[in-house]
Design a protein around this ligand. Sequence first.
Ligand SMILES: NC(=O)c1ccc[n+]([C@@H]2O[C@H](COP(=O)([O-])OP(=O)(O)OC[C@H]3O[C@@H](n4cnc5c(N)ncnc54)[C@H](O)[C@@H]3O)[C@@H](O)[C@H]2O)c1
Ligand SMILES: O=C(O)CC[C@@H](O)C(=O)O
Length: 531
Amino acid sequence: MYKVLVSDPISDLGIQQLVDANDVVVEKNTGLSEDELVAIIGDYDALLVRSQTRVTDRIMTAGTNLKVIGRAGVGVDNIDLEAATQRGIIVINAPDGNTITTCEHTFAMMMALARHIPQAYAKTIQGTWDRKTFLGVELRNKTLGVLGMGRIGSEVAKRAKAFGMDILAYDPFLTQERADKLQVKLASVDDIIRNADFMTVHTPLTPETRHMISRAQFEVMKKGMRIINCARGGVVDEMALVEAIDEGIVAGAAFDVFESEPPAQDHPFLNHPSIIVTPHLGASTVEAQENVAIDVSEQVLHILRNEPFKNAVNMPAVAPTVMNKLQPYFKLGETLGSFAAQITQNAVQEIRIDYAGDLSEVDTSPLTRYIVKGILARHLGGEANIVNSMHLAKTRDLNVVVSQTSATKGFTNLITVTLVTTQDAEERRVAGTLLAGYGERIVRLDKFPVDIAPESHQILISHNDKPGIIGRVGTLLGQNDVNIASMQVGRKIIGGAAIMILTVDKAVPKDVLVQLTALPELNTAVEIVLE
Ligand SMILES: NC(=O)c1ccc[n+]([C@@H]2O[C@H](COP(=O)([O-])OP(=O)(O)OC[C@H]3O[C@@H](n4cnc5c(N)ncnc54)[C@H](O)[C@@H]3O)[C@@H](O)[C@H]2O)c1
Ligand SMILES: O=C(O)CC[C@@H](O)C(=O)O
């Protein structure tokens, strides 16, 4: 039974599929402190959060069974991604489910700002009928600057067109072609600051976006600009904004997010006559909360059940079509990595992976993770997984060199894994393919062509190609009650170096390997265990 902890308020309807799953137990326990979470997290396989729970390194260290952290929303700034990656914990989010809701909140804020709605409401309900103070402005014919043209920024731009606004847009990934399609003008941050009447930010908070609108930008800003932030607190420098409003540079601001949430009681935004605020409500609609919870629950189930999943934040994104193509190779990749590592006795300094044939046409990086995991698992065991394998390789100064070639080398697809060791740059090589109708096959071991169906227990023997050796090996294994299921021999020249691969029915005792190595004309005998 997998145990899932829901530590923030998440839509009941959204997590229903987890609750209904017969291999999952869901427990809700919200509002816990870090210490309280540390005390209980060891029992759980998955943690589901919104933005309140701060998932720290300490919590993950205590979460010894934790396989996945699901964020019901977009921003993962409340999760220590580095720590999760190091520990091999997959972090997933729900990037699409709250886009429209947050875009609509941005418009609610923009219009409330243009027409002073919160301030007018507050006065009206106090009994003051004030029709002079709250003179607003139209959106029509105004210029809207959009910083960040991802999912939400693009939807905001589309709707702004309907209000008759001109749009200046900046995003490091915004191409002229896409700008034309969205009918926005490609602009720089500086263009936006100098020319926009309204400016809305839709970027994540990164070292680059932190305070991207600050004192220097306010100094050259178009007078009377109105600023909206429904993205992340800190993209606009809060203190510099208050100064710019008080100096008459900025006409007003509408903020859903704060540099520190909730803001302190004496935060200058609160009760400022030209600033309206909401308590991080951008994603808070029934629809969005259901959407994000459904999305994240679905992926958590896939991860717990070891099925293909999407929306991992600490792994590269891969298109579903590519993933479908690669998926049949994952087991083979891990097997090749594991096989190569087990036949390599010296320390490895470089991993070379060559994808040939069909596999040269796709982004094979997810498959590389499986191969590297297979290699590292020999020494790191369960610590290595597909989330942290590349990271672990890097921290161990292991160079991973990947190449792709369309040349088929006699197979429709071929994966060759070469381990280069620190001992005179010795190379050990294993190649495998997925044969239609036959499944995974190892087709090359070092310089020898072979045809092996990978099994749980195998013995790789290197010997001199001399008469009688096969018989001696068979007799010795028989005397030690090790049954041979199949055998393959390979050699390049008669009487030269040769290999023998035996598939056996059970684990081979160490002393039997020692006895094998002592046989005349036999050089090495290594057991290979595959999962
Ligand atoms: N208020 C809320 O409740 C709420 C709800 C949903 C999302 N969000 C936040 O809104 C933001 C946008 O969400 P999204 O789903 O559109 O994300 P997204 O990833 O689709 O878009 C973010 C865009 O910002 C761009 N960007 C990055 N650095 C930039 C820079 N220096 N200048 C300009 N653009 C830059 C990226 O290229 C990307 O296109 C995120 O911070 C997210 O966490 C807030
Ligand atoms: O969970 C929330 O309500 C906030 C969501 C929002 O900030 C996000 O990044 O998705």
